[in-house]
Design a protein around this ligand. Sequence first.
Ligand SMILES: Nc1nc2c(ncn2[C@@H]2O[C@H](COP(=O)(O)OP(=O)(O)OP(=O)(O)O)[C@@H](O)[C@H]2O)c(=O)[nH]1
Ligand SMILES: [Mg+2]
Length: 401
Amino acid sequence: MLVGIVGKTNTGKSTFFTAATLIPVAIASYPFTTIKPNRGIGYLRTNCVCREFNVKDQPVNSSCVDGIRLIPVELIDCAGLVPGAWQGRGLGNQFLDEIRKADALIQIVDAAGATDIEGRLCEPGTHDPVKDVEFLDREIAMWLFQIVKKDWEKISRRAEGAKEDIITLLEDRLSGLAIKRSHIVQAVKKCDLDKDKPTSWTDDNLISFLHILRAISKPMIIAANKIDLPHAEENVERLRKTGYTVVPCCAEAEMALRRAAEKGLVSYKPGDTSFSVLRPQALTAEQKRGLEAIREKVLTRWKTTGVQDSINIAYFNLLNMITVYPVEDLDKLADHKGRTLPDVYLVPPGTTARQFAYVIHTELGEGFLYAIEARSKMKVGEEYLLKDRDVISIISTRKRA
Ligand SMILES: Nc1nc2c(ncn2[C@@H]2O[C@H](COP(=O)(O)OP(=O)(O)OP(=O)(O)O)[C@@H](O)[C@H]2O)c(=O)[nH]1
Ligand SMILES: [Mg+2]
């Protein structure tokens, strides 16, 4: 599962990406700083099961600090866009091509309204960020429209004439865009379009359908960034009226805290509600002022910087992913090397015990006999639907290589 960081140019996408991944990328206060997308690993913050089972874990594929399990996930920082990108304005379709593979989107909005519609700096409060949300929705829908419209006449006629299924034809047309058949079926239903008469769909019908298809196949939240600036607070409420989940955010603060934590200057984990200074003597007066401003303007007022919350919401609320801990030895909750709760996997809802075995290792899936759920110590079959925070041992005729 891949989450794309998208939005108008110059809103703080790359700052958000660096804050989440600690990968240094180009950040600047003018439009179109990012040209090629940046890909990197960020983390999901979850309460580890180690506390509940009262064990000291030895994480391998993730990390665990004070009972907080950080699970790696992939993020992509896209190039910014301006209205008309679908027709080639700004960096044009390049941005749009980057979101092909994204399963969910975090839209970074300049909530302070301190950048105009073209991403140029302006006085905070002079631009309406709701307009940015509206234009991004339209850009993506128009980009999809361009893809579908190319041979719409042909495929809609074919669907009616040869009685070929329009859903299948659309699925072919939209392949490679992380859009599933079930997404298309849902969108057609929601738009109340006659799937047996696609030649009757007008351009407007098609655009509304594609708008809904995007919302279903690439659900989105809004990170209302630059929350430290004047006018951001009033705009958060207005942004909420768009119907999207809005997370107040200060990417710059998260970046500063993560960097300071990496250098051992402060104690801070992504998503924490506060930080403590570990080495005050190593901080310059300016750094101290900066950190206190973060505490006052961001953490005291908004509880968190919003970066971690946005990533968690994208994976857990938009994509409904669940976490599952596989173990071999049920008594020690350990793997074959004796490491306690070594791994946690992020899987989609509806994953069965056997499908999960395949995720770990093909051979484990092929030789699947049954599984044991650690809390109840009950035997479960291949069709058992995994739940969030399950700790599970898979018994298979074939061992892991
Ligand atoms: N005040 C404030 N400024 C921020 C925040 N996050 C980012 N910025 C500033 O916003 C400007 C743009 O940041 P970038 O991260 O380069 O923005 P971008 O959206 O990646 O821009 P493009 O790649 O050009 O589309 C920079 O001057 C950042 O320092 C924030 O939380 N608060
Ligand atoms: Mg950028």
